[in-house]
Design a protein around this ligand. Structure first.
Ligand code: 0X9
Ligand code: CA
Ligand code: CA
Ligand code: ZN
Length: 646
């Protein structure tokens, strides 16, 4: 046995293991260089940036080289461009870490993070508190809305613990701020010198650019003459509902806030400019209370809009009464029509602006502070909006969240799913299926996986970084630097995390696709050095197969299976070469495979993440058949993961 081990050590070592001097270049995981505009919290200032945001460059047709980044013009220095917005959010999040957590809900067409913050007491916990969503910046030229987002963040954090009404609003609610839903449009508008750009920057089939995000939402999309089907128009609705990644990301976020079958979000405000209006649904019809609206909901929206209008001086009207114009596929219609969430659109002031969209920066402070009372009014009434029309009886007595699950399942906790988005943000579900606070780990392009590296029963992140050939492992599901890192295999090798010796700890084995061979490694690599020793190796599968490790028979030992392009799963229950012991069909070619113990019976079974509908399909046995469970969670670019995340 011993010589066997040494043989394989040499086999890997002679080919793949770098000299120690190569390995010591990186001793901790670089996270989110400030320069990239992706950093949330400075973790490790000893490391150097490893990537920059790359702007697409398309030459020919109607596309042209994008202009050089340009600063905001004189009179607008007080505004925040994208990078400045990220810095401002970052600074506030660091100053007020107890009540602010920052994360991204996805990425724009050009790949910029769609930054979001949660503000609440005990911010890391998903408490049974009413949730409120404020969204900003759907329309690029509406630059004052970004300042309104930052004002809201600063008002609630700077006033916390000082102003009793702000403290109560933060303590009693969970507020989600979506800072800028159209960062590509914002930067394009700025870089061209504030040219009234409205849409996103997604190319259309006819070589024009841009979808009007506020006509792209999947409720009565394009129904009623309130949007354009012509790509070059400023109100172009897009090729399909949620064809824009920016609106799709918000839809996925709303879906993720359905907990225990109940939408946690009680109020939604979409902030625009200009005109000093508070609009309420619907925009797609002029009917006040159509069949898809509850009459009491209508009364609540009218009463709340009117009350807030008295505070900020804006005019409260139904959206379709604005200029007597139908609008379809808008965010507020969708939030109410699809999720039943009481929704408003605020149109900020145009004071101090010739065009209406670009007020001088001298009015930012007064025009954003003008909404101080309306913001608190929304938070005060989120717990029971029906109370504003004396119908608190409709709020019911049942708690908004299901009770915590009963004690540990004797057969072991069930696995759940999670994903890593294109920015390197990790979104995991806990054993009760509730979101664990999102955190950043790694860089775009890293391959993500999970395992229990320190044998505490909790699966945590692992990364394989192709650019430096290292594996980076972390021991908790929070932001921070890697706990273990080591040089890994050959270029092209695939990490395979699992507990192959049933010692309760996962290690990272090597799958080498070029020879369809698995190298089993039962110890972690040395920090900063090379891989642990291979105990043996064997061939399994074929070129193009996707390997995974799982405990298919519940004996505590992980073994290896493959998911083949034709949708078949093949696996063996021992770590020996030989033909598959079982095979069955599950999932499609485009699905991404994840295995886990979804029902807590100790046996790991298949799952797939389907990017087209951002849904996990999970099966509870290693047999052919349809999914037993669906979890709508993720983004189309997600790298899915599975495990027991705490
Ligand atoms: O057209 C829009 O999207 C909004 N006006 S803006 O100048 N900010 O572009 C008005 C939308 C009105 N309709 C709904 N809120 N439903
Ligand atoms: Ca809270
Ligand atoms: Ca909650
Ligand atoms: Zn707008």
């Amino acid at each position: 046995m011993r010589s066997f081990v040494i043989t394989f050590l040499l086999a890997i070592g002679s080919v793949a293991i770098p000299t120690p001097s190569m390995a010591v270049q990186v001793d901790s995981l670089p996270l989110y260089p400030v320069e990239s505009g992706r950093q949330v919290i400075a973790i490790d200032n000893a490391t150097t940036p490893t990537h920059d945001t790359v702007e697409p460059l398309i030459v020919g047709g109607l596309y042209s080289r994008p202009p050089q980044p340009r600063a905001l013009p004189p009179g607008y220095e007080g505004y925040h461009d994208y990078a400045e917005m990220v810095s401002a959010i970052t600074a506030t999040a660091i100053d007020h870490a107890a009540i602010v957590s920052v994360f991204s809900i996805g990425t724009s067409y050009e790949g910029k993070a769609l930054w979001a913050a949660k503000i609440s007491d005990n911010v890391a916990a998903d408490e049974a508190e009413p949730e409120v969503v404020f969204a900003f910046g759907q329309h690029a030229r509406e630059i004052l809305t970004i300042e309104q987002a930052l004002y809201t963040l600063n008002m609630l954090t700077d006033g916390y613990g000082i102003d009793s009404s702000i403290t109560a609003a933060v303590d009693n609610n969970e507020l989600w701020i979506l800072f800028n839903l159209n960062p590509d449009g914002s930067e394009y508008d700025k870089d061209n010198g504030l040219v009234l750009w409205r849409k996103n920057r997604q190319p259309n089939a006819d070589l024009t650019v841009g979808t009007d995000l506020n006509r792209n939402w999947a409720y009565q999309w394009g129904c009623c003459g309130g949007s354009s089907a012509v790509p070059e128009d400023s109100t172009y609705r897009g090729a399909a509902p949620f064809s824009a990644p920016e609106t799709g990301a918000v839809a996925a976020f709303f879906a993720s806030r359905v907990v225990g079958g109940e939408q946690q979000i009680k109020l939604f405000v979409d902030w625009h400019s200009y005109g000093e209006y508070i609009l309420y649904p619907y925009g797609y019809t002029k009917t006040d209370v159509p069949p898809d609206m509850d009459a009491v909901d209508r009364d609540v929206m009218v009463a709340m809009a009117t009350a807030m209008g008295a505070m900020n001086g804006y005019t409260a009207i139904q959206a379709s009464d604005l200029f007597n114009q139908i609008t379809d596929g808008t965010s507020d219609d969708w939030a109410y029509g699809t999720h039943g969430v009481i929704s408003f659109t605020f149109e900020l002031s145009s004071a101090g602006s010739a065009s209406g969209f670009y007020p001088s920066d001298s009015v930012i402070a007064t025009e954003t502070a003008r909404n101080h009372d309306a913001i608190l009014y929304l938070l005060d009434n989120a717990a029971c909006p029906y109370a504003v029309v004396d119908r608190s009886d409709l709020c019911g007595g049942s708690p908004p969240l299901p009770p915590p699950p009963p004690g540990p399942d004797p057969s072991g906790a069930a696995d759940t799913v999670g994903y890593v988005d294109a920015t390197g943000a990790w979104y995991l579900l806990d054993s009760a299926g509730l979101p664990i606070p999102a955190f950043f780990y790694g860089n775009p392009g890293d391959r993500a996986f999970t395992g229990d590296w320190n044998c505490d029963g909790i699966d945590t992140p692992g990364l394989h970084r192709a650019s430096d050939g290292f594996v980076y492992l972390r021991n908790s599901n929070t932001q921070g630097i890697a706990d273990v890192s080591f040089f890994f295999g050959d270029p092209g090798d695939v990490p395979l995390a699992g507990d192959f010796d049933n010692d309760g700890c996962d290690t990272v084995s090597v799958y080498r696709p070029s020879i369809a061979t698995i190298f089993i490694i039962n110890q972690l690599g040395a920090n900063g050095g090379g891989l642990g020793a291979a105990s043996h190796s064997f061939a399994f599968g074929d070129l193009g197969d996707r390997p995974f490790a799982a405990d298919f028979d519940g004996d505590g030992f992980d073994t290896v299976g493959i998911h083949r392009n034709d949708g078949f799963v093949y696996y063996r229950n021992d770590l020996l070469q030989g033909i598959a012991q079982a095979s069955f069909f599950f999932g499609n070619n485009d699905d991404i495979f994840v295995a886990g113990d979804w029902d807590g019976d100790g046996i790991e079974t298949p799952g797939v993440f389907r990017p087209q509908d951002i849904t996990f399909y999970l099966r509870n046995s290693n047999t052919q058949g349809s999914a037993d469970e669906f979890v709508q969670f993720g983004v189309s670019t997600a790298q899915p993961v599975s495990g027991s995340f705490g």
